[in-house]
Design a protein around this ligand. Structure first.
Ligand SMILES: Nc1ncnc2c1ncn2[C@@H]1O[C@H](COP(=O)(O)OP(=O)(O)O)[C@@H](O)[C@H]1O
Ligand SMILES: [Mg+2]
Length: 228
């Protein structure tokens, strides 16, 4: 568990607001080892989401290099990036981001459809994953028929659909009461024990305690925690 699975090397990212470039990341370097459990913290606007999006290939850095599981993100085409996201990373968001017109089972199946997994195997895996997150009896419910905590469990099952080595969470307990939030973090911690690399953002120091390392961002720069 000692090779780096994520390497962020002097990454800069600016957004254009009209004519002005707003810097979101200003030279971030960060190394995350396979199997680590890393928490990103920092004030609102410090660049946490931007950093996750850049690592996740959802956003392109203005400068710098990124390596994810041995692949140099900056050199990849759009198609290759989409493939990398599908195979290497599961994403969990604050607002769950489930498809409203799809059942829990169909939501978990969706990334497998994109990965061309056959129907039978898809349904078997989706059922198994929903069992795993404690929703075996809710597979045919729609998101609107589920509580926030249950929707987030569906989102976790969906993130695990293609068995990625990395799980990325952006404020995934932000909309949940603390008891439900803790239950979600315990589930995430279990996945980490099984070897998954976890990178998550939280404002809540009680959730940060689950992590093995806390990295702090301020004004688009790391304050500490850049290396294991
Ligand atoms: N799409 C965007 N367009 C313009 N500015 C953005 C965009 N996304 C983020 N920013 C700016 O970049 C900075 C960092 O944002 P963000 O990464 O969302 O911070 P955090 O997640 O830590 O709250 C903020 O100043 C924000 O306003
Ligand atoms: Mg954010």
């Amino acid at each position: 568990m000692s090779d780096p699975i994520i390497v962020v090397d002097n990454v800069h990212k600016s957004y254009l607001m009209g004519k002005e470039a707003v810097p979101a990341l200003r030279g971030v370097s960060l190394e995350i080892l396979r199997g680590e459990f890393v928490c990103l913290m920092g004030p609102s606007g410090s660049g946490k989401t931007t950093l996750l999006n850049v690592v996740g290939g959802l956003d392109e850095p203005s400068r710098g290099h990124l390596i994810v599981d041995g692949q140099n993100l900056v050199s990849l085409s759009e198609n290759e990036l989409a493939r990398l996201r599908l195979e290497k990373m599961g994403f969990i968001f604050q607002n769950y981001n489930l498809l409203a017109n799809f059942t829990a089972l169909e939501n978990v199946e969706a990334p497998m459809v994109l990965a061309n997994v056959g129907r039978k195997e898809r349904q078997e895996r989706a059922n198994r994953l929903l069992d795993r997150v404690g929703l075996g009896d809710r597979t045919h419910h729609y998101p609107s028929e589920l509580s926030g905590g249950q929707q987030q469990r569906v989102a976790i099952a969906r993130a695990l659909a293609n068995n990625p080595p990395i799980l990325i969470g952006d404020e995934m307990t932000g909309d949940l009461d603390s008891e439900t939030g803790f239950a979600i973090m315990r589930l995430i911690a279990e996945l980490n024990k099984e070897g998954m690399t976890i990178v998550f953002v939280t404002h809540d120091p009680r959730m940060a305690e689950f992590a093995g390392r806390v990295v702090e961002l301020q004004d688009g720069k790391l304050l500490n925690g850049a290396t294991p």
